[in-house]
Design a protein around this ligand. Structure first.
Ligand code: NAX
Length: 336
């Protein structure tokens, strides 16, 4: 019989929020790390969010999950990240009415810079970080830049929800199961400038371009995927929560367990071991950008050698320019 595995410590910030509520029970049930891996949960909130997180902790206990070893709730980052192996950073400052972009970036830097420092000081040496809280790419960049002792590749931003939305829309249009679709890429920022690219995508091995017309792709598919978050808010009256939790699980599950030959999409730092591959796609160093990635040996590795059409080039350049603007704005505030 195999020896029981060591518990893995997972920290969730913004745990009292709606994504936290959809995510925590799935982590505790073993969906993120595997059904043989015990989990210790650490829930980080701000003081106003502690009650909600504590309530969720009570429900987690009431679920009697066999893999759940402990649940701790705190508003102290150094305790929340102590020995953390996986950090899911959901808590962020949303844009309020009339708030300028610089103010939004500054407010979020005030969250992600100290959290990066706390991860640097207290997390386990194998820590993996997924930033979900928006603006996710730039928040991940800020956190990474405040954690100089953690390899930059360990900080990622979530674009898996955009990737999943793209697959789901294609499956619906072509009338095939989602599992028939392979090779979708989401490039750029997790924002309306993102580019869901199907030029390398196939359906049971056939190019998507043979099965759907270019007009539908340009005029319906791309804007629908890029603006899906706004549509969810309009229809549901609240932003995506369970689908975001599901995408976070997909991201971390693949990161830990590998993706074989199939790439997915993730916001990865374009420095370190991924610098050359990102530059080859025209994405400069020093950003967190969504790229086609495979998970190999527990690391995200950019899939190389994919041709980029002129049309895709223009879309990717626009989204990368937006990422560079966000970085420059944070830099101008002295926060990078
Ligand atoms: P909620 O407002 O329901 O929850 C956020 C929670 O974060 C609150 O409980 C709040 O008290 C807490 N919080 C705020 N600052 C904190 C801090 N410094 N430390 C710890 N906790 C803190 O938001 P929810 O719907 O759960 O969304 C969370 C974030 O995900 C938002 O920023 C949202 O924009 C972002 N999203 C990102 C997506 C992506 O694909 N990358 C998709 C879904 C979602 O929109």
């Amino acid at each position: 019989m195999a020896a029981p595995r060591e518990p893995v410590t997972v920290t969730i910030t913004g745990a009292g929020g709606q994504i936290g509520y959809a995510l925590l029970f799935r982590i505790a049930s073993g969906e993120i790390l595997g059904h043989d891996t015990p989990v210790r949960l650490r829930l980080l909130e701000i003081p106003q969010g502690l009650h909600a997180a504590e309530g969720t902790a009570l429900e987690l206990l009431d679920s009697a999950f066999p893999l759940l070893r402990s649940v701790e709730v705190t508003d102290v980052p150094s305790s929340a990240f102590d020995g953390t192996n996986v950090a899911l950073l959901l808590g962020a400052r949303p844009r309020s009415a009339g708030m300028e972009r610089a103010d939004l970036l500054e407010a979020n830097a005030a969250i992600f810079a100290p959290q990066g420092e706390a991860i640097n000081e207290h997390a386990a040496s194998d820590v993996r970080v997924l930033v979900v809280g928006n603006p996710a790419n730039t928040n991940a960049l800020i956190a990474a830049s405040h954690a100089p002792d953690v390899p930059t590749e360990r900080f990622t931003a979530m674009t898996r929800l955009d990737h999943n939305r793209a697959i789901a829309q294609l499956a619906l249009k072509i009338e095939v199961p989602v599992t028939a679709i392979d090779g979708v890429i989401v490039w750029g920022n997790h924002s309306a400038t993102q580019y869901p690219d199907v030029s390398h995508a196939t359906v049971d091995g056939r190019p998507v371009s043979e099965l759907v017309d270019a007009e539908w792709l340009d005029e319906v598919f791309v804007p629908r995927v890029a603006r899906r978050g706004a549509q969810i808010i309009e229809v549901r009256g609240a932003s995506s929560a369970a689908s975001a939790a599901s995408a976070a699980i997909d991201h971390v599950y693949d990161w830990v367990n590998g993706t074989s030959e199939h790439w997915t999409s993730a916001g990865v730092t374009t420095g370190g071991t991924n610098a050359d591959a990102a530059t080859a796609y025209g994405v400069p160093e020093g950003l967190v950008c969504s790229l086609p990635v495979k998970s190999v040996g527990g690391e995200w590795v950019v899939a190389t050698g994919l041709e980029i059409s002129a049309d895709a080039r223009a879309h990717i350049d626009a989204s990368v320019a937006e990422l560079a603007e966000e970085r420059d704005a944070v830099r101008a505030l002295g926060l990078l």
